[in-house]
Design a protein around this ligand. Structure first.
Ligand code: PEP
Length: 253
């Protein structure tokens, strides 16, 4: 059985007080609603990690995630945060290769391989993001584009490593735009991703990997998207900043 996961990506939002308030509300709501079979991951900015960690302590299905980690293990890289630092603060998931990191911070497929490697070496679960821009979708070459991202960043890993990953498919044209991929578009891509992973690692491994959908996922479309057989949950941006919306998405399976 694949794990159901809903991960909230706060991006660069919320002050300390706002982040604490949001976390407390989510912890309380999730406690009250039956969501035990869903792993909830909160991915706040680095400075919030310790505060959020304290608030989720004791909530067995809520986990701490980071939005990024360095592609270097340690050293003179001012402003960077390493995978080992994250692990030492109780982080268990890390988003790697978000399209905003690829676009605004020049992260390449090769750099993402190094990040995944360091995350795994430090016991973190990478949430590896892939997804196509609008022109590629309009061209009809989106599946080839996305599978190439996976091949270039991940296919050097062995089976034991790949098994530990979570994949997030996030069409760039749907992120923060209010435009969601239809549930059929999401299913088609998720099935394509799974088939691609199966071609390299076999069906058993591919069938056990959780593939999340991200891109304007909201309470009113989550149920439809999550009902698709190859969609195992969501990576949620904007809607993760509102406790009611986020919790409604968590209960949408
Ligand atoms: C994201 O950035 O990971 C994301 C899915 O954002 P949004 O839900 O706001 O589109």
């Amino acid at each position: 059985m694949r794990k159901k996961i809903v991960a909230g990506n706060w991006k660069m939002n919320l002050t300390q007080t706002e982040g604490q308030k949001l976390t407390s509300e989510i912890v309380n709501m999730i406690k009250d609603e039956s969501t035990q079979d869903v792993s909830v991951v909160l991915n706040p900015p680095f400075v919030h990690l310790q505060g959020v960690q304290k608030l989720i302590d004791g909530a067995s299905n809520i986990h701490l995630g980071a939005q990024n980690c360095s592609d270097k293990a340690s050293g003179a890289y001012t402003g960077e945060v390493s995978a080992s630092m994250l692990a030492s603060f109780g982080v268990s998931y890390v988003i790697i290769g978000h399209s905003e990191r690829r676009e605004y911070f020049g992260e390449t497929n090769a750099m993402l391989t190094d990040k995944v490697k360091l995350a795994l070496e430090n016991g973190l679960t990478p949430i590896f993001c892939c997804g196509e821009p609008l022109d590629i979708r309009e061209d009809g070459t989106h599946l080839a584009y996305v599978t190439n991202q996976l091949t270039e960043s991940l296919f050097g890993f062995g089976e034991e490593d790949i098994k530990k990953l979570v994949i997030a498919y996030e069409p760039i044209w749907a992120i923060g735009t209010g435009k969601t991929a239809s549930s059929d578009q999401a299913q088609e891509m998720h099935a394509g991703i799974r088939e691609h992973l199966a071609s390299k690692y076999g069906t058993e491994i591919a069938d056990n990997l959780s593939i999340l959908y991200g891109g304007s996922c909201k309470p009113d479309n989550a149920k439809d998207i999550f009902s698709k057989p190859d969609v195992d949950g969501g990576l949620i941006g904007g809607a993760s900043l509102k406790s009611r919306d986020f919790t409604d998405i968590v209960t949408s399976f």
